[in-house]
Design a protein around this ligand. Sequence first.
Ligand SMILES: [Zn+2]
Ligand SMILES: [Zn+2]
Length: 178
Amino acid sequence: MSETTETHYCFYHSTTETSLRCNKCGKYICPKDAVRTPVGYRCKDCVREQQGIYFNAVPVDYVITAVVTLPLAYIAALIVPSLSWLALFAGPIVGTVIAEVIRIATRKRRGQYTWIVAVACLAIATLLPMLPRITFLLQGRAFLIADVGGGFLISLLFIGIYLALAIGTLMARLRYGK
Ligand SMILES: [Zn+2]
Ligand SMILES: [Zn+2]
């Protein structure tokens, strides 16, 4: 049997004959395994490897993201209620600052889940200090709310808008690709 008439089998399916090759690593793949990319057909491994370069975060980056986001968001949450309507501007500013600090702290590595961790930590750090008063409200103790509640309800509204804007900014800055 000469080299030219040799039959080749798919790398992933040892019984499937094929003449198709990955244009990066050159291994034989059957049409089922071929992934069409802008630069030609590639095997699953090469495609995955390339996505890995795009998302190059290491697991500790998610810990760093949480460690950075929690105190910043907590400090912001202490200040924001006293800003009244200025809280509307605080959202994008806080979101931008947190996103930038995360980017620097993780050395600009891109993580697929960075934005999810950041948004979760932001929401937790913002809402947790308010939780006792929120549950207080939910229990419907109207006669007590009359004492403490009026201003609190308004600051809750501003905190809500602030949080939504800060989350939107974080997502826009930390969500890479789809
Ligand atoms: Zn390949
Ligand atoms: Zn195959």
